[in-house]
Write a protein that binds this ligand. Sequence first.
Ligand code: PLP
Length: 409
Amino acid sequence: MAHVNENYLNLQGSYLFATIAHKVADYKKAHPDADIISLGIGDVTLPLAPAIIEAMHKAVDEMGQKETFRGYGPEQGYDFLRQAIIKGDYEPLGITIADDEVFVSDGAKSDVGNIQELFSEDNIIAITDPVYPVYLDSNVMGGRTGKAVDGIFEKVVYLPCSAENNFSPAFPKEHVDIVYLCCPNNPTGTVLSRKRLSEWIQYCKDNDAILMFDSAYESFISSQDTVHSIYELPDARQVAIEFRSFSKTAGFTGVRCAYTVVPKEVSAKTKDGKRQPLNPLWNRRQCTKFNGVPYITQRAAEAVYTPEGRKQTRENIAYYKENARIIREGLESIGLTVYGGVDAPYIWLQTPKGKTSWDMFDILLEQANIVSTPGSGFGPCGEGYLRLTSFGSRENTIRAVERIKKLSF
Ligand code: PLP
């Protein structure tokens, strides 16, 4: 008889987006003519840049010719893309990364979810609250969290992030082995300062912990006081694994391409106290369970680093950032308190006094026909906040803000 992995039974239902969909469907049924605008989506809407499309077409043609056809590629990614990543993302920051420290993948979601396989079940993980749910759920599946009581997992260390601590979590009081930080942050749209990130690196060194640094929104950064890569900071190579993605940088959410950097210095202990580097383990994991990203996709990702690709993808990011500014300043102009939206496509709205996240969601849906995401869906400390995104069209963003400005709270 096959036995099920009972860790899966500890997963908490993900009711957030299902509940939102139900509420919106019910509202539409009752108000068929309602002109609903979504500021809830976490997905890009602008098409791929022309330089990327051109590279994809060329790669498609190569696949149609006997001489240039490609079958299985390297599991870690083609050299041309690994080198383009190093030259384009790291060398300008003065960071040295070796080719075999870069692992090209089909998404940061897969990588942040799969990386926990390298660690034994008794590791204690720390996640921020609110959080991008994949860090937590993948560890629930891995048996590292224990059971949930009222939605809180007994073995997980939660690091509260709210306006009170400027969305910069305090160090855990108890020992932890793995820390997940997302900067720029989904859902709060905020960043951690260089100083604080340096302190986190020191914390990880002092406590023999690994830092999982998710920087999927790096291309939205405009503030000086944060990092584009964790390896800008001294000693990060000893403790940090970095996750990056072309999804939001270049509109690849449907194309699928990302990469993870595992420096050769990052190691964890065996039970008998020996240090085991993680790079060869991740390489082995990928070679065993992953057969690489399609050639066409990798050529598309390579095109992001060409002068035209850079220019065009930056224009798209600028478009979303301008939407974020319009939302942020529009809400501030009517006295609402908002965070984020400067270095990220997310605006984290503090709900007016006495209103829960869902109260505010209902007000926006019913009185302004706007769909948002209740902060409480990302963790208990998200209560009292609402996430708005800048991925819509300019026209809809402006219309949505004008509608919110007419409401009184
Ligand atoms: N990390 C964070 C913080 C995200 O918000 C997302 C997507 O929304 C991802 C990773 C997933 O990125 P990808 O599309 O590369 O799987």
